[in-house]
Design a protein around this ligand. Structure first.
Ligand code: PMT
Length: 362
């Protein structure tokens, strides 16, 4: 390995806050379910941010809203898994996602009956009741733990901590990486403390002094002529954490990663490259425009398998995938893709646990 402890330096130099609280919650949750003989899935969901300042006003973000992770978490719960839902703060969450995805807001569902009382409007009553029942059941039975992140550093610290806490579960643990983590970031020691100024304001400094001061402190460089009107971001690559996850943090768990591409010509190649490089158990490939209705399972056995749901939810013909390879079509127009992905993953997890020499701890 070129850079054995690359990620150790990353963690030391790029801190997070409030980790101890999340670690305690995850530890209690995992120990409880280990004793109860339950399978435990860590589901990651949503995009990470890359701050441009320590007191963050500006940051880089990505497209992920957490649909895949939130829906998958629900189906893992239905399969009897206890779920640690490691998600981007404010992104979609299991069950409650149904309201946000349909743009249902409080004024749409609540009808005022008198001064202090509201009732739920008739059109959505059944759906609201069913959703709340499922959500409350998961929370009151302690089967669902929410842990949130915002920055890439928050995410990686929590991923490492929770994966290590799951080690004692052996092969009963499942790690399902549906989040969209940033590939590039600005290291903490290069971040300016305060909001980046768009204009040179400190009259006591010459433009050259200002430039050298700001660029030495940050990953940002502004090119003159003054006042600075352009700046260039210098981003470092995020260490390839999947390698550490597979080799050190979660050696016995089943590990499923996702591979997102926008160019159909490289999706399979990149997914195979990932499985061959990291030697984990499954890569689920998806394309940005078709991710809601088709994915491909790529495993070490080289037996790529496409799973496809119907195009409900307003997909236009323009969204048709150029990938035309054997698929398992769904016949139910309302069937969500995750309701097909998760049972297939669970089946592979069962095979993983049954493998001779598997470190099953229950
Ligand atoms: O949230 P939604 O809007 O529903 O969208 C769902 C999704 C498209 C985000 C999800 O299905 C998905 O594909 N998630 C993975 C997105 C992603 O990060 O893809 P990638 O190709 O950039 O990275 C692939 C993998 O490389 C990562 O899962 C990780 O295992 C590995 N990686 C990435 C970055 C990094 N620094 N180190 C890594 O090891």
């Amino acid at each position: 390995m070129e850079n054995d402890f690359e990620d150790e330096a990353y963690f030391a130099q790029n801190p997070t806050s409030h980790l101890a609280k999340d670690e305690l919650a995850a530890d209690n949750f995992i120990k409880h379910h280990s004793q109860a003989g339950h399978r435990v899935a860590l589901v990651t969901s949503g995009g990470t941010t890359v701050p441009l300042e320590k007191h963050t006003v500006r940051y880089i973000d990505n497209f992920s809203v957490g649909s895949r992770g939130a829906a998958s978490a629900e189906y893992f719960l239905m399969q009897g898994y206890a779920v640690v839902f490691l998600h981007r703060e404010g992104s979609l969450t299991p069950f409650l996602r149904r309201f946000s995805q349909r743009n249902i807001s409080l004024p749409d569902v609540l009808v005022e009956t008198d001064q202090d009382t509201f009732r739920i409007s008739a059109e959505v009553k059944q759906e609201v009741q069913d959703t709340l029942k499922s959500y409350n059941r998961a929370r009151t039975s302690n089967m669902l733990l929410f842990i949130s992140f915002s920055t890439i550093s928050d995410y990686l610290h929590r991923l490492r901590t929770i994966a290590c806490l799951m080690q004692p579960l052996g092969s009963v643990g499942l790690i399902y990486l549906a989040a969209a983590p940033s590939d590039f970031f600005i290291p903490s020691d290069r971040l300016p403390d305060h909001k980046i100024q768009s204009r040179f304001t400190d009259k006591s400094l010459t433009s050259t002094e200002w430039l050298s001061q700001s660029s030495s402190q940050s990953g940002l460089r502004s090119t003159f002529p003054q006042p600075p009107s352009q700046f260039t971001l210098h981003l470092d690559p995020v260490p390839k954490f999947l390698k550490s996850l597979v080799e050190r943090w979660a050696r016995d768990a089943m590990i499923v990663s996702f591979k997102l591409e926008t160019d159909p010509d490289i999706l399979l190649h990149k997914a195979r490259h990932s499985i061959n490089t990291y030697r984990h158990h499954l890569v689920i490939g998806n394309m940005l425009v078709t991710r809601k209705w088709e994915v491909v399972f790529v495993s070490q056995q080289n037996d790529d398998r496409w799973i496809r749901a119907s195009k409900s939810g307003g997909w236009s013909e323009a969204d048709e995938s150029p990938l035309r390879i054997e698929a398992i079509p769904s016949t139910d127009p309302e069937q969500e893709l995750e309701s097909m992905i998760v049972p297939s993953v669970v089946q592979l997890h069962e095979e993983h646990m049954a493998r001779p020499g598997s470190c099953r701890k229950h």
